[in-house]
Design a protein around this ligand. Structure first.
Ligand code: GLU
Length: 276
């Protein structure tokens, strides 16, 4: 079977060397196997994504010599598809509306003795809105209180699950550790977890190559695949690039953006060689 890989950046800034490494890893992998390499913009966050960053990504990847197969999938153009998944999960009683603000959640966590953190480092939602009665929910919705949709993870998990990691083999999933994650945001009928799993399945991605930092999220993604009957790809988590002081490269490190390197006369070949 021919492999399909992808690079799925969020256009919230210019690409840095860490992104280039991620893109090259997936692209080299596909090309070496005679497979397909897809590009997808994960731009569902209206507050942070900008068209000029998306255009910059196309420019930077082209400069690096990376080509992709088929059109770029732009998530913000498919919000209805994600909404349909939310509807399907809602009908099965697996989602509930959450009216909490960030402040409410922080207060609640502060007041409770236990404040567990999810494997990705975020605090676990204390479940405040899970037990609201149907009447209380209806009243708040009627009053126009904005809400997010959370997965009732305890209901959603019905048995053991594992995902296939290229280096670690079969990994036992622990999606409960994330608590009731948001699958539909207040500002968009979507969330990163929902869109990424939906699109990997829709686009027939067989090998998800992405940074180590997203390894914990894979546990949750596997649960969504199981709930929706989507095929589970193999996961290949790659190392994260760091600066000389050992800090992970991030968008704030302007010096490491591809456009700055290009402007300072560094060649694409040199960048590619650096990221072997
Ligand atoms: N859009 C995500 C990011 O830019 C990556 C998603 C993924 O590779 O699964 O961090």
């Amino acid at each position: 079977m021919s492999i399909v890989t992808r690079f799925a950046p969020s256009p919230t800034g210019h690409l840095h060397l860490g992104h280039a490494f991620s893109a090259l890893t997936a692209w080299r992998r596909a090309r070496a196997a005679g497979g397909r390499f897809l590009l997808r913009f994960e731009d569902i966050d209206p507050g942070r994504c900008r068209p000029e960053y998306a255009a910059g990504i196309v420019e930077d990847l082209s400069w690096l010599g990376i080509d992709w197969d088929g059109p770029i999938r732009i998530q913000s153009e498919h919000l209805r598809d994600y909404g349909a998944v939310l509807d399907a999960l809602s009908e099965r009683g697996l989602l509930y509306p959450c009216f909490c603000t960030r402040m409410d959640i922080a207060r609640e966590i502060e007041a409770s003795a236990a404040a567990p953190h999810a494997p990705d480092g975020s605090p676990v939602y204390p479940g405040t809105c899970r037990g609201l009665s149907a009447d209380a929910r209806a009243a708040r919705i009627a009053a126009g209180v904005r809400f997010a949709l959370r997965l009732d993870v305890e209901r959603a998990v019905s048995g053991p699950l594992s995902y296939e990691d290229e280096t670690d083999g079969l990994v036992r999933c622990d999606p409960m550790a994330f608590g009731d994650v948001v699958l539909g945001r207040k500002d968009a009928p979507a969330s990163y977890h929902l869109c990424v799993t939906h699109d990997d399945a829709l686009q027939g991605v067989t090998v998800v190559t992405r940074g180590e930092d997203l390894r914990p999220a894979t546990h949750l993604h596997r649960l969504l695949q199981a709930l929706m009957g989507w095929a589970a790809p193999v996961y290949a988590h790659h190392r994260l690039l760091t600066d000389p002081s050992g800090r992970r490269l991030a968008k704030r490190d302007r010096a490491a953006t591809l456009r700055d390197l290009r402007a300072s006369g560094v060649s694409a070949g040199a960048v590619r060689a650096m990221l072997e």
